[in-house]
Write a protein that binds this ligand. Sequence first.
Ligand SMILES: [Zn+2]
Length: 120
Amino acid sequence: MDKSQTEKLATRLSPEEAAARSGIDAKRIVYLIEYGQMLGETGPQGTWVSEFDLETYVNGMAVDDELIRAHKAHRHLMWGLGNCAACDRMMPVPTGTDERWVCSEVCARQATEASLVPAY
Ligand SMILES: [Zn+2]
């Protein structure tokens, strides 16, 4: 078995392992995979999700929460998804503006040093 195969196997998580990492109930993880809301696989060897796909799902939930918060905090702006100007992480950004936004204080500092932008 070569290295890439080993890595692939290593990143396969059972619903229980995925639950322990994400805090999402294992039964819900199986449900999400079966209904295609989380990428993963169900088959004769059971249900599993890759570490990467689990992370993507969890980060997506976090971004949804941030979008809701952004709408509440700045109702006069329209919010959509964009990327942090400093670290490129997915984040809410106001639509219809060319301003570049950052996701955190750490990124705000980096952006200021690189003379990019204001934090949200
Ligand atoms: Zn950032």
